[in-house]
Design a protein around this ligand. Structure first.
Ligand SMILES: [Zn+2]
Ligand SMILES: [Zn+2]
Length: 279
C-alpha cells in the first residue's frame, strides 16, 4: 500500500482509500471522505491502494446467502470500514447495496450466477466503495444516489441516476432518503423481505447496535458526534409509511431479525430521552 503520492506507472487504475475504501478519480493528498469530521484519516497518514494491489495481496470475497433472495458479499481479510455488501434478488433484477471495495473474477462469476446486477445504490458516502467498478462490470448498471449527496461522489464516470426523496430502482424495492448521518443517508425498503413482512437495509443511516435489539443514529460513529432530536424524528417520519419487521445492518450478523419497527421506535425514544437530559 502506498503512502503519500505514489506513481502508478502506465496504469490508469483508480486509487482506493485504505481507510474508508472509497475509490476516487485520481490520487489526492487526502481523501475527501476521510478528511470530513464524520470519518478520519488513517493514523499513519493518507494511504491508497488499487484493485490490482489488493488482488496480489490475496484479498478475496466471501459470498453467502443470508436469507431467501438475500446475499451478503464481504471482503476478507477485513478492509477499510469492512461493510458487508448486500445483493437483493427480485423477479425484476438484482440490487447491489453498499458495494465494498474489492472485486475479482471469482466474485463476478458468482454474482453472474445469481443473476448479475441491474441496479446499484449505497446508504451514504462512507459506503460508496468501488460502486463505479461494479457498475462497469455489470453492463453499466445504473447507480442511484440522492442528489443532495452529489458533492460526495468521488468518481464522475458512473451511470448515476440522482433522486430526491425516494426512488424505485426495481419493483418491490424503494430507496428512501432519511437524512441524519449524511443529508442523503438512505435505506432500502424491501417489501418482500422477512417472508413478506418487509425489511430494511439500513447501512449507517439506522445502525444496528451490538446488542442487536436496538439501533442508533449518529452524525459520526467513529468520532461519536450525535444527532439532534428533531433529525431523529424526521428519520422516523420518513419511514412511517412503510411496514417492516427486520433490519439488515451494515456488517455480517448486524441484523434485527424481528420486531424491528418497534426497536427503531424504542431506540429513537431512548436516544431523545438521554439527549434531552432525562436519561
Ligand atoms: Zn477515505
Ligand atoms: Zn458512515
Amino acid at each position: 500500500m502506498h503512502r503519500g503520492r505514489p506513481t502508478f506507472g502506465a496504469s490508469v487504475e483508480r486509487p482506493i482509500c485504505v481507510t474508508c475504501g472509497v475509490q476516487r478519480e485520481e490520487i489526492a493528498d487526502v481523501c475527501a471522505i476521510c478528511a470530513d469530521e464524520r470519518q478520519y484519516v488513517g493514523w499513519g497518514g493518507q494511504s491508497w491502494t488499487t484493485l490490482t494491489e489488493m488482488r496480489a495481496a490475496g484479498y478475496h470475497n466471501r459470498i453467502e446467502e443470508i436469507d431467501p433472495d438475500l446475499w451478503g458479499i464481504g471482503t476478507e481479510p477485513r478492509f477499510a470500514i469492512a461493510q458487508r455488501t448486500l445483493l437483493v434478488k427480485t423477479d425484476h433484477g438484482n440490487l447491489l447495496w453498499d458495494p465494498m471495495s474489492y472485486l475479482d473474477e471469482e466474485t463476478v462469476a458468482h454474482v453472474r450466477k445469481l443473476g448479475g446486477v441491474q441496479a446499484i445504490s449505497a446508504s451514504h458516502p462512507h459506503f460508496y466503495g468501488i460502486l463505479v467498478e461494479w457498475s462497469h462490470t455489470f453492463d453499466d448498471a445504473p447507480i442511484h444516489l440522492p442528489s443532495v449527496d452529489r458533492g460526495w461522489v468521488q468518481r464522475t464516470d458512473g451511470e448515476y441516476r440522482f433522486y430526491d426523496d425516494e426512488v424505485i430502482p426495481l419493483p418491490g424495492l424503494t430507496l428512501i432518503r432519511c437524512g441524519g448521518h449524511f443529508e442523503g443517508s438512505a435505506i432500502v425498503h424491501w417489501a418482500l423481505g422477512a417472508g413478506g413482512r418487509g425489511a430494511l437495509l439500513s447501512g449507517d443511516t439506522i445502525q444496528v447496535v451490538m446488542d442487536r435489539r436496538a439501533v442508533s443514529f449518529m452524525r459520526s460513529y467513529p468520532n461519536l458526534i450525535p444527532l439532534d432530536p428533531a433529525t431523529i424524528r424526521d428519520i422516523e417520519e420518513r419511514l412511517a409509511a412503510y411496514d417492516y419487521d427486520r433490519i439488515y445492518g451494515g456488517w455480517w450478523g448486524r441484523n434485527i431479525s424481528e420486531g424491528a419497527a418497534e426497536a427503531v421506535a424504542a431506540s429513537a425514544d431512548r436516544y431523545i430521552r438521554y439527549a434531552g437530559g432525562e436519561g
